[in-house]
Design a protein around this ligand. Sequence first.
Ligand code: SF4
Length: 614
Amino acid sequence: MWYGYVGKILRVDLSRDEVWFEPLPDESVLKSFIGGKGLGLWYLFNCLDENISPFDPANPLIFMTGPLTGLPVPCGNNTTAVSINADTGYTTGASHTHGYFGPNLKKAGFDGIIITGKAESPVYLWIQDKETEIRNASKFWGKDTHETEDLIKKDVGEDKASVAAIGPAGENMCCGAGIWNDKHHSFAHSGMGAIMGSKNLKAIAVYGTQDVQIRDEEKLKEVAKMWRENLWKSDVVNALAKGGLPQSEYKYTKESYLLSAKNFTDVSPPEFAVGMSKFKYKPKACFSCPIACSYEVEITEGPYKGFVATPAGGGENLEGVSSLLGVYDPGATFYLIELADRLGFETSTIGSTIAMLIEAYERGIVSKEDLDGMELKWGDPKLVEELMKKAANKEGFIGYLLSLGPKRAAEAIGAENIAIHVKGTGINLHDWRVTWAILLGQLIGGGYSWPAPGVDAWATEPDIGYDSYQDPFDWRLKPKAVRDTQLKKNWVDSIGICWFADWGVPSALEFEAMVVEAATGFTVSRDEALIIGEKVINLERIVNLRLGLRPEDDIYDVGPRFLEPPPKGPGKDKDVRKHVKWMVREYYRLMGWNEKTGEPLKSTLQRLGLDNLI
Ligand code: SF4
């Protein structure tokens, strides 16, 4: 009998048109890596061929829930996609989605899905209460993510199904292509949509009705109640709740000089989002979510009046296709985020690529003749629309160039110095040049969402000893803050909840450990939770080293503009570049890794019980 888990993984080989089931690994593996990112990495580690590219049919695309996914705990709805990162090409990819996809998967009888191979022609996967089918998707190929979701729901005859689909960007294997589900949510980072496209897999539709068994339901409900009450003590939860970020007109982001603008040549333009609060908002909560950061918005005035958009709630997705490109009009911002979602583009990667190209054009690095006759400029929503469509379809030279992502596109035109990227992919927007822990977290990450939040902005972390914000520029404090918050984040990324139920929430770590124990029957203390986070980070490091990551990549494989002092605000004249090398090496030391090579020391792996992995 399984508790918290349902005990089964769905295996799919698209080359052989076969599906089969296998049991979850034994308890010792689950206790070490739990689920979500951790368990996904464990599967990747075990079937990894480091000589293959992300688009090789043998590269597994892994979707993994955690023991809390689908349970009545705050935001118990996370699913993590794990694979070789298509955007960087040489690190692990990990990307988290929310909504109803994971809960439906668990209720359909599966903790995860592992997909290998490549279908001969476009297909989609239909999973319903332990039954699975590979179906023809030729008629959906070319459709955008939202159209695909609607059409597949009709095709399977189940309106309550959750559909995770790629758009043209994924079909054409563009850098920055993600997978969208339940309209508002996405596996946005790490190029998961491009990997799905490389397998000719258009979508996964899932619907389940079975209950997940809980070891101690009363205890789980009791702890979940206390946890729910504490959510509102976190600064960031209050800022995000009920679609709060746009309704505040990005006040905090702008006032903190965190709003990225014009390829980082500007920061926090005051005119961005002015008037956004006047639109009509309808919060859209995910499964078991009391926060409801996501929302539907109807534009009520201006040139986009009447347009309805369905964004996710975090702030960063809007910036990539608006302020980063000099677009400040609130209606245009929502129009463009909806377009990016439908094309299947993660906005930081496509936005940073377009922003780099506009600046390169302004500086005369490329000309109209080089760009299929197009003239580029800041702040033109129609131009951004055209460029995103060309990129998603790899149309013409300019479309091809933009589909390469910020690093490779900049290399192709000799504009490396003005590109913003980490290891080839877009960063998590905002402009982190005023928050050096978050910046360091981006550098040591594998090119995916929020490796380590630090405690510079948005939320403190009282559970791990950070009751107040740090001086964001005190470089001596950053390696430890990154290590500490990364341990907690990787635990959270593995248990099956949305991170917003944890970030800055007092006692969240205790509550999480208690509900994992109540759900599964595994004994987990708060300290053991952090050790699980540490194991996940070390496993990821081992996989990254096998894939070819070199220690210098954490220091130098970054777009130089990302490290330059911003032109105004508190970061002006603060130069992080002279501290980066020390911060990365100090972080290695604190992690128990070789300071020069970044390899986990044998003693570290022995302490964590992972020495059998090398
Ligand atoms: S906080 Fe937002 S993303 Fe997270 S579960 Fe709730 S609505 Fe979904």
